[in-house]
Design a protein around this ligand. Structure first.
Ligand code: ADP
Length: 477
């Protein structure tokens, strides 16, 4: 579960599994610390209690011995008898030199011998001493106190005790704490694994969707659950998926339109050349057919050039922008298209401001104006007027191209900037149109932060208006 592989490519440890591991490690440390701390504390509590009782018993014994005045084996034994049961394991009483005067142990009695126990040595230095150890479920305690009479050291009392009852209590307490700790740890591990699995399942779901999309199927959005970063990731991913889907649909449409458009002149060329080869034709007819083939080849050429400019605009290549005067480019375009206008006896009037700089690419502006002016000639009526005006309102350059042609039907207006869209296919084809000119214009205008609008009246004419931000160096510097 933790280590996953996809298509035998990369193996990885899921982030959530790692987080769960860290979480388990930290909680284990905390629980271990709590376990040790509570066990030690409870043990200390028992020891403190024991210390108080045993030191109290030592003091009692010391005061009883002190009361007899003359300390020797007989008097001490008598005094001990009078004390009654002290409830200790062993009781030793020494004189001030550490020689044992009384030992409650019969077998292995130390009476008459010098004793060198640590506790006894310290008690003879006039200290109360208590030590305790916990072994094999039993508390073993030793206590010793000096016997003092008016500031003089008479000897010491030393006693030991084995407490199995309290030892059992400590053992059971420690076992209980350990059981609780283990249960808690198991619960934490299970909980962490469960959370890790849930998160991993959601991430895996996302990865699986990405994989499907990578294979080219955009139809399946990710199911979004919860309200956290993963659901935000899912939403973002779905957004990306829809965009890719739209882009893919546009691309497919474009490819199918383009191939269809390219097929038509190719089919004509094939038909015309087959006719020339198969039929015994008059030289005059052959000439006409060859001329038609030439025209179709020109059309193919124009179309492939437009497709090229379109893909250039699509790629949004960052060609360096420069400050250019619209009037200069407009004049160049008019000069170039005047012969075409003359064929149809169309008058071109140019009313442009000489000084109206914009930040653009000269080739791009040329292409924009060329397409619009060419359309203004192609779709104009014979002997019609084509007027180009350039004005400036505040920081916006406004360029209008107005013709007196057939106009564009209202229902076609929203589509004329679409790729391959033509209002009248037959007419457009006869004028050499591809339906790409205006979509190139719009892409280029938007690339340079401009805007284009169109107004048209059937039988009266059309006006295309371009808006560009003026790049006024004097103002901006
Ligand atoms: P085309 O190469 O066919 O001219 P465009 O993209 O330039 O392609 O124009 C798309 C369509 O818009 C044209 O086919 C034409 O029907 C219409 N159109 C463009 N400009 C004008 C105009 N000035 N007057 C009338 N119709 C126009």
């Amino acid at each position: 579960m933790a280590i996953s592989s996809r298509n035998n490519k990369k193996r990885y440890i899921s982030t959530h599994f790692r987080v769960a591991l860290i979480y388990v490690a930290i909680s284990s440390l905390v629980l271990l610390f709590l376990n040790i701390y509570t066990s030690r504390s409870s043990q200390d509590l028992f020891y403190k209690n024991k210390e108080a009782t045993m030191i109290e018993r030592c003091h009692f014994a010391a005061s009883e011995i002190k009361a007899i005045g003359v300390i020797n084996r007989g008097t001490v034994e008598k005094a001990v008898k009078n004390m009654g049961s002290l409830r200790v394991e062993r009781l030793i009483i020494t004189d001030s030199d550490g020689i044992v005067i009384y030992d409650s142990l019969e077998e292995g009695s130390e009476v008459g011998k010098s004793i060198h126990l640590q506790e006894v040595v310290q008690a003879l230095q006039k200290n109360d001493v208590f030590t305790s150890t916990f072994e094999n479920g039993t508390i073993r305690s030793q206590a010793a106190t000096p016997i003092m009479s008016y500031g003089t050291l008479l000897g010491c009392v030393y006693m030991t005790e084995y407490d199995a009852e309290q030892g059992a209590l400590i053992t059971s307490l420690q076992n209980n704490i350990l059981t609780i700790t283990v249960c808690l740890e198991i619960a934490i591990i299970l909980f962490s694994l469960l959370i890790s699995r849930t998160f991993s399942a959601r991430i895996d779901n996302l990865i699986a969707s990405m994989h499907i999309i990578r294979e080219g199927d955009y139809s399946k959005p990710v199911k979004i659950e919860g309200h956290d970063e993963i659901s935000v990731l899912g939403e973002e991913f779905n957004e990306l998926r829809s965009r890719l889907e739209a882009m893919d649909a546009t691309r497919r449409q474009f490819v199918s339109n383009a191939s269809h458009e390219l097929k038509t002149p190719l089919a004509s060329i094939k038909l015309l050349s087959d006719s020339i080869l198969q039929n015994d034709m008059e030289p005059e007819t052959v000439r006409e057919f060859v001329e038609d083939i030439g025209n179709e080849a020109d059309r193919l050429n124009r179309m492939s050039q437009k497709l090229l400019s379109l893909s250039k605009a699509d790629a949004k290549l960052l060609e360096p922008s420069e400050v250019i005067q619209i009037s200069d480019t407009a004049q160049k375009v008019v000069r170039m298209l005047t012969p075409l206008a003359q064929i149809r006896n169309i008058r071109i009037a140019l009313h442009v401001l000489n000084f109206c700089p914009i930040l653009c690419n000269d080739d791009d502006l040329y292409q924009i104006l060329f397409n619009l002016v060419e359309n203004g000639i192609k779709y104009n009526r014979e002997n019609g007027d084509l007027t180009i005006t350039l004005n400036r309102i505040r920081n916006t350059a406004i360029l209008k191209i107005k013709d007196e042609g057939m106009g564009i039907p209202e229902e076609s207006l929203p589509h004329i900037f679409d790729r391959f869209y033509r209002v009248d296919k037959a007419r457009s084809r006869s004028t050499g149109g591809s339906g790409l000119g205006l979509s190139i214009v719009r892409d280029l205008v938007e690339k340079h932060q401009g805007k284009i609008t169109v107004e048209s009246t059937i039988g009266v004419g059309s006006v295309f208006t371009l808006y560009f931000p003026v790049f006024d160096t004097e103002k901006s510097s």
